[in-house]
Structure formats: C-alpha cells, structure tokens
Design a protein around this ligand. Structure first.
Ligand code: SF4
Length: 518
C-alpha cells in the first residue's frame, strides 16, 4: 500500500501505524487497534533492547551515537572460548558450556583448527523452552552425562551469551546438582563469560581466577622461613602457545624453582599420538596443586593490562597475602629481562649461563639484521597484552609500529604501551575496541610493510600485498600455530628471524634482478 502524505505525517509525528486504506477510514489513535498493537510491540522490543543494552554498556561509559555500527569482523574471539582452553589446562577437567549447542561447536572448531588436536566441549543444549523457563534441567542432566561419559575430576562450566542474558542463577543450579545427585556428578567450577562483555582473553583470565577462588585452600599451618623457600611459585602465564608453556617450564626448572603453572595445556592440547583414543586428553595442572596454591611463596602473572583486573594472582594476594608480581609478557629483550630479573630475585641465583648466552646471541642478531628492519612500518593487532609484547619487540629491532589495534577494551592499552615502551612514537595509532573492518579502512594510508597478528588478518595483508607474520591465536591457515614460540630471548630470536626473513622474501620476490645473495 502506498501511504498518503497525511499518513506519512501522522506516522512520523504521533505513532499512527498508517494501516488504513485511506485517511477517510481513520477512527483516531484512541480507537485504532493497529496502533495499540504497534505500541505493545515497541514496548516489548524496547524492554529486550534495554536489557541487552544495559548488559553491553554495564562496563562502558561511552555514549553510543545514533548511527551506532556494530562490530564488523571482530578483532577478538568469544569469551567462553578462553575459558574452555583454560579448563583444558587443568588435569581431568571437562569444559561444559551452559547454553546453545552452536556455541560449543564454534569454539571446538576454532580450537581444533589452531591446535590440531581433538577437544570435546559439552553443552547443556539450550532450546526455546530453556531460554524461557531456564535451563536447570539441562544443566543437571548435562553434568550427570559428562561424569558418566568422561569420568572427569572436575567440570569447568562457563555460561554463554544467551544464558547470561536470561540471568541464569548458576550458584543455585550447582547447589541443586550437588544436593540431588551427590557424587554421581563431578565437582563443578563455574565462570561467568558473557561474550558481549569481553574477549577470549577475559574468559581465559576469569576461568583461571575462578579456579583459584573456588579451589585454592588456606595452608594448614604457618610455614617456617626454610619451608617457604620450598613452596611453589604460582605462575599465571595467560593465553600463550604450547611452545611458550614448555619454555616457561624449562626456565623454572633451570632456576631450580618449584612452580605451579596454571593453566598448563602444553600436553593436553599438543600431545603425542595415542595408542588408544583419550576422551579427555592427559596433561594439565593437577587439581591438588591448585588446591595448594594458598601456600605459594610468590605469584608471577603476565599481562600489563591486568593491573586493575581481579585475576588469579590478585585472589592469592588478597585471600592469602601472597606477593604478586605483575609483568608484561616476556617478549623482546626488555620485557624478558624483567622476567629473568624477577626469577633471579625469587630464586636467589644468577640467570643460568644458557639464557645469558641466548640473550647475547639475540643482541648479536639484532645488529646483523638491523639494516633490513630499520624504519620498516608494521601494523600490530590481537589481544592487548600480546600487542604490547609485540610492539616492544618491534621497537627494539628498529621497526615503527604505525597501528597497534585490539578488540579488547581494558582502557589500559595506550597507557600500558607507552609505559612499557617510552620510545614508542607519538604518531603511532593505538586503538582499543577495534575490528578488522576498521583496521582495513586505516591500513592503506598507513603504508605498512607488514602485519603481525593472527591469521584473521590475512585478507587485509593480501589486499595490500604485504606479508603477515602469524603469531598468537588463532592460526588456522598454517600448520604449527600452537608451536610458535613468543616468550623469552629464544622466542624473541625466533620472531626476529621470521620478521627479517619475510622482509627479505618480499625484497627478493619483487626485485627484477632475482638476487640470491641479500
Ligand atoms: S553466542 Fe556468545 S557465547 Fe555463543 S558462540 Fe556466540 S559469542 Fe560465543
């Protein structure tokens, strides 16, 4: 039906839905059933919208403009994904998503394509009725099924966007499972992971925090000074690669320091072949070690942006008075020095010669490769602390980071970047809450020589005909993404070699001469 001018005006000014065939049929707004129905619809949708908006903006005080554009191709991943990975870093822990089945399918697909290992993520399988009446039945049935099928020592539950939006009372649900089924269901740890309120990294840190909060116990008696030295150091590395986890364990062993690494998915997500299928892959931090964290001698936690976040390290500090050292991810020379210095202080010994030599070789190689890296321009993207670590390394090797972008919104990125790297140029754009569409819009004018980040940046790098150095998560267009080493002097060395070789490859490929000696 073509609306008349009068109907257009009425619709715009007083809410007339303009459903009459002609203005002559109008009975006035007070008697119009179509208008009443329209008002009801708008009120209902307004309630839902305000629910969603209040959830989204709970932690955001930026007003949204009328032309608000949602995220396009987010530079972050779903929050429960991080929680599931953290749970798989605990021995015998089965991840369990309370929500729709699609969430666990998506997360499994992402983790499998990066780690090239199978991972089962259970789902309580929400349907329309659970969304309306709550999913308590699904949750308790799911917990029983997981216990029967996997015999886990622990169920790591995380709540998806839908469950968070309907406000499921998880504490009550877990109590009900315990009361009704006792030992027939494995013990459950729960973390709240609304994806509209965070990133995969937030989910990861939150799951670690909840494991510590819900499992770590107060030490039975006050230890003497000599015993304290034998207590483990709690190490919370954040979401790093399996190669990084193995390297950290090697470093602690070389310092002779007992430690509890939480989480540790270096075996469960990157293990050897099996003679028989393992439903729940072996490896991970023993639950007994997490319980004993209340008597740790110190905590080392990676993540400069976590300064105001309640993390596992902060829980140990506030509950048990364990000193916490918050460090940047040890990437590049300066951040690695800070890590090795912290270990030297805690262990009371010098950095082992092996690492002093690694550092020396790294410095030597920076001199060798400087002429190739100097004044090259890079776009760095990914989770915020990884961006800080990468930017620190790039500045040390003479590369100018022209854009440092992350989908995270800690409100700490620029502050922490400039504190960690005082020489970072003023003109470097630092963007939080950025998506790949925004990176693609900004990139051509910035004229980067290369991108560094996950494989999700490939299409932009391809369009600009510059290399993408694949680091972080996810890397699902190459083999060995989980084995990329980022940390320590050795990690810096590997990244440096890859960066320089990519630049040399471009030089070689684009040269009309075809040099084989560069
Ligand atoms: S609905 Fe939310 S929890 Fe589920 S996959 Fe999407 S972002 Fe993740």
């Amino acid at each position: 039906m073509v609306k008349t001018d009068i109907q257009e005006t009425l619709e715009a000014t007083n809410g007339c839905p303009a459903t009459c065939a002609s203005p002559a049929d109008c009975q006035g707004l007070d008697h119009c059933t179509a208008a009443a129905a329209s008002v009801k619809r708008k009120t209902e949708s307004g309630k839902i919208q305000s629910l969603l908006t209040s959830a989204v903006t709970e932690e955001e005080d930026e007003p949204q403009s009328k032309n608000f554009t949602s995220t396009r191709n987010a530079c972050k991943l779903c929050t429960p994904l991080g929680a599931c990975l953290a749970y798989r870093g605990v021995e015998g822990c089965s991840p369990f998503l309370h929500g729709g089945q699609g969430c666990s399918t998506y997360i499994r697909r992402y983790l499998i394509s990066h780690f090239r290992e199978p991972i089962d993520i259970a789902s309580s399988n929400f349907h329309e009725d659970s969304a309306i009446f709550g999913g308590s039945k699904n949750f308790s049935l799911g917990a029983l099924n997981i216990t029967r099928q996997y015999q886990p020592q622990l169920i790591g539950a995380a709540t998806t966007c839908l469950t968070e939006t309907i406000g499921e009372d998880m504490a009550q649900l877990i109590c009900d499972v315990k009361e009704k089924h006792g030992d027939a269901a494995a013990p459950i740890v729960h973390v709240s992971t609304a994806s509209y309120r965070g990133t995969h990294i937030d989910g990861f840190h939150s799951a670690v925090r909840e494991l510590v909060e819900q499992l770590a116990e107060k030490p039975e008696e006050k230890h003497s000074t000599s015993n304290e030295a034998k207590q483990p150091v709690a190490l919370f590395p954040g979401m790093v690669s399996t190669a990084d986890l193995r390297h950290l364990k090697e470093i602690f062993a070389d310092f002779g320091l007992p430690f509890t690494l939480l989480p540790d998915y270096s075996e469960s997500m990157d293990g050897a072949t099996w003679s028989e299928y393992e439903k729940l892959q072996s490896g991970g931090t023993p639950i007994a070690a997490i319980r004993a964290l209340g008597s740790a001698q110190a905590t080392i936690e990676f993540g400069r942006t976590l300064v105001e976040t309640k993390t596992g390290g902060m829980v140990l500090q506030t509950k048990f008075g364990i000193p916490r050292r918050l460090l940047g991810l040890p990437m590049g020379i300066r951040e690695s020095d800070a890590f090795f210095n912290a270990l030297t202080e805690i262990a009371g010994i010098e950095t082992p010669v092996k690492y002093q030599r690694e550092r020396g070789r790294l410095v030597d190689s920076l001199i060798d490769g400087h002429k190739y890296a100097f004044e090259k321009r890079a776009i760095v993207f990914g989770e915020e602390d990884l961006v800080i670590g990468l930017t620190a390394l790039l500045c040390e090797i003479g590369v100018t980071p022209v854009l440092c972008a992350s989908g995270g919104r800690s409100k700490q990125l620029e502050k922490c970047l400039r504190a960690a790297i005082p020489e970072l140029p003023e003109e470097t754009l630092v963007k939080e809450g950025y998506d790949f569409a925004e990176i693609a819009e900004a990139a051509p004018d910035l004229k980067p020589d290369f991108f560094i980040g996950s494989s999700k940046g490939f299409s932009i790098a391809r369009r600009l005909k510059v290399p993408l150095i694949r680091v972080g998560f996810p890397i699902h267009d190459r083999i060995g993404g989980q084995r990329v080493l980022h940390l320590g002097y050795r990690g810096a060395q590997e990244l440096f070699d890859r960066i320089i070789n990519s630049l040399l490859e471009v030089k070689q490929e684009t040269s009309p001469i075809g040099y084989s000696y560069l």
